[in-house]
Design a binder for this molecule. Structure first.
Ligand code: CA
Length: 229
C-alpha cells in the first residue's frame, strides 16, 4: 500500500486530495502547517510527500530544504499556484522530484506520482551496472550515493535517474524527447526547458566548471551527450 503525506493548508484542496487517494487505495496522512509537515515528513513512514508551497509557519521551500538537510530521501512533489514558483522549484539545490501546477486534475497528479514512484522503485534493477566512476566522481546507483572526491554530493532521485540514463548512453547523442520518455516516463508531459534545467543542476553538482562541462555536453539542436571517460 502506498503511503502518502499531504502537506497542504487549504482545507478544500486537502480534503479533496485525501478523498481521492483513499479511494485509490493509498494510506493517507496529512499536515496543515510547514512545521507539522516537516515533523511528520522526517519519519520514514511515507513513500511520497505532496508539499504545498504557501504554508503557515514554514513555507514548502524551507520544509523541503530541511528534509533534505536531514537526509530524508522520500520523493517530494510540490504543489504550486504560480508559474513564478516553478523556476524556483527547478532551481532548488536540493530539488523536488516533480511539481504540479494548481489547479490540477486528480488524474494528472496520480500519473505524476506513479511516474515518480516507478523511478524510485525501479532503480535497483535498471541496469546491471550499479557503480560508475569518471574523473573525481564516483556514483553508486544502487545505494543512491554520489561522491566528488571525498565530498558526498546529494542528488535527487530524478538527478540519479538522469545521470544513469546519460551514462547508459555514454558516447551517444540523446535528444530531449528520449530523455523525457526514459527518465520521466511516457505518461507525463515534460517541457524541454525542464530537461535543460535539470541538466544544468546536475552539471552544477558534478562538473568542476559547470559553464564548460567536461562530462555532460550539450549538442546544439540535438540534445546531450555523456562523454565516455
Ligand atoms: Ca497553501
Amino acid at each position: 500500500m502506498t503511503r502518502i503525506l499531504i502537506i497542504e493548508d487549504e482545507k478544500a484542496i486537502r480534503m479533496a486530495l485525501e478523498d481521492d487517494f483513499i479511494a485509490e487505495g493509498y494510506r493517507v496522512d496529512s499536515a496543515t502547517t510547514g512545521t507539522v509537515g516537516l515533523q511528520k515528513g522526517s519519519e520514514p513512514d511515507y513513500d511520497i510527500i505532496l508539499l504545498d508551497i504557501m504554508l503557515p509557519e514554514m513555507d514548502g521551500f524551507e520544509v523541503l530544504k530541511e528534509l533534505r538537510k536531514r537526509n530524508v530521501r522520500t520523493p517530494v512533489i510540490m504543489l504550486t499556484a504560480k508559474s513564478l514558483e516553478i523556476d524556483k522549484i527547478l532551481g532548488l539545490e536540493f530539488g523536488a522530484d516533480d511539481y504540479v501546477t494548481k489547479p490540477f486534475s486528480p488524474r494528472e497528479l496520480q500519473s505524476r506520482i506513479k511516474a515518480v514512484l516507478r523511478r524510485v522503485n525501479e532503480k535497483p534493477e535498471m541496469s546491471s551496472e550499479t557503480q560508475f566512476s569518471f574523473g573525481n566522481i564516483s556514483v553508486d546507483f544502487q545505494k543512491c550515493e554520489c561522491f566528488k572526491g571525498d565530498e558526498n554530493i546529494l542528488l535527487t532521485t530524478l538527478e540519479f535517474d538522469l545521470l544513469k540514463f546519460l551514462i547508459n548512453h555514454k558516447g551517444q547523442v540523446v535528444n530531449r524527447d528520449l530523455i523525457v520518455h526514459d527518465v520521466w516516463g511516457s505518461e507525463v508531459f515534460v517541457a524541454p526547458r525542464t530537461v535543460d534545467t535539470h541538466i544544468l543542476n546536475l552539471r552544477k553538482k558534478i562538473e568542476d566548471n559547470p559553464s564548460q562541462p567536461k562530462w555532460i555536453i550539450g549538442i546544439r539542436g540535438r540534445g546531450y551527450k555523456f562523454l565516455s571517460p
